[in-house]
Design a protein around this ligand. Structure first.
Ligand code: NAP
Ligand code: FER
Length: 333
């Protein structure tokens, strides 16, 4: 087989992305050059931040090009190798293209151990997701035992890990998510103390006040927008907000209308800080060590939503904006 299916960005999404913004094409697999490996994709990560790269606004990485493949974190198997660092049959993780088969240079690929954890875990708890949860909470949240941690997007990939790390560190943990089933999962499987289904709640600030009778010391914000506005009415003196993501406004076509945060922060000497996991590359090895240790000791659990087949990668991505996933969304090929 000398060709492979490829998923390209066909049009830049306006508002909510649609399946027609993507196009599947068949492209040639280039001849394997010295220093390269031939890879077969096994698990593809779909992530909210890819929405940003589909727009042409300036960002920390360049936007995806139209009619060119989209890329994301992928776990792949080495089919052939002309690179001494990789053997046939190795599994690797890297930022790769949405292709079934592709060639890649060795740099930027890291080997993953199938015996230590299931392959998909390297896209979630043992990858960017786990690092985001651990480093965001510890570096910016600066948690102290007994404090109250509120997490939005709590049943998602990052949020479900943040809450569990909060429990390990001795915090009272409250989660916000979109269905009763997710709230039940947060409490019964991940040890959250309380949960709020924002889709079934009229007055979010009152619900947060009830769920956090001693106020909010740390707010790990994955969603932004109205949910995060409601949190402001409940923040404590010297509280910290980790601005990890704002999925509720990623598809906005106009700048979001939020309430003014400044008076809330002034009154409570409270801080908000944007967080990017790539700013802490020097701490990634420590983070992975910690996460692996907690995983081995059964102190951390994870869940995944695994969709199947290559053609469904765009649908899996769209589903993130509908809350169809619990834990990490991945596509298995
Ligand atoms: P995820 O939480 O697994 O998936 C997205 C979830 O967002 C959905 O399951 C959905 O759950 C929720 N959601 C969708 N639309 C929403 C809306 N309008 N209002 C409220 N909730 C909504 O995704 P993830 O990979 O863990 O990422 C979570 C957040 O972290 C994202 O904002 C992402 O951009 C950010 N992130 C940041 C970094 C960084 O370095 N800063 C790194 C990784 C991720 P519900 O059913 O609860 O609505
Ligand atoms: C994310 C949201 C936003 C993310 C990165 C960004 C790695 C960064 C955006 C930018 O720099 O424009 O989930 O994850």
């Amino acid at each position: 087989m000398n060709t492979t299916k490829t998923i390209n960005l066909k049009t830049r999404p306006k508002g909510k992305p649609k399946l027609t913004d993507f196009e599947i094409s068949t492209t040639d697999i280039p001849y394997l050059q010295q220093g390269e490996v031939l890879l077969s994709s096994k698990y593809v990560s779909v992530d909210p931040y890819l929405r940003g790269r589909m727009s042409d606004a300036p960002s920390y990485v360049e936007p995806f090009k139209l009619n060119k493949p989209i890329s994301s974190a992928i776990i792949a198997e080495v089919l052939e190798t002309k690179n001494a660092n990789f053997n046939k049959g190795d599994f690797v993780s890297g930022m790769l293209q949405w292709k079934e088969i592709q060639t890649a240079k060795g740099d930027g690929l890291s080997k993953v151990d199938k015996e230590q954890a299931p392959l998909s875990a390297y896209l979630g708890i043992l990858g960017m997701t786990g690092l985001t949860a651990y480093l965001g909470l510890t570096e910016i949240g600066k948690p102290k035992k007994g404090e109250t941690l509120l997490v939005s997007g709590a049943a998602g990939a990052v949020g479900s890990i943040v809450g569990q790390i909060g429990k390990i560190l001795g915090l009272r943990v409250v989660g916000i998510a979109g269905t009763d089933e997710k709230i039940e999962m947060l409490k019964s499987e991940f040890g959250f103390d309380v949960g709020i289904n924002y889709n079934a709640t009229e007055n979010m600030s009152a619900a947060i006040a009830t769920a956090c009778p001693e106020g909010v010391d740390i707010y790990f914000d994955n969603v932004g927008g109205e949910i995060s506005d409601a949190v402001l009415f409940n923040i404590n003196k010297f509280s910290r907000t980790i601005n990890c993501g704002a999925i509720s406004v990623y598809n906005n076509t106009e700048p979001p209308k939020s309430i003014s945060v400044q008076p809330f922060l002034v009154k409570k000497s409270s801080s908000m800080q944007g967080f990017l996991v790539f700013d802490y590359v020097d701490k990634h090895p420590e983070g992975i060590r910690k996460l692996s240790e907690w995983l081995e000791q059964d102190k951390l659990k994870y869940t995944e939503t695994i969709m199947e087949v290559f053609e469904n990668i765009p649908q899996a991505f769209l589903d993130l904006f509908e809350g169809k996933n619990k834990g990490k969304m991945v596509v298995k090929l």
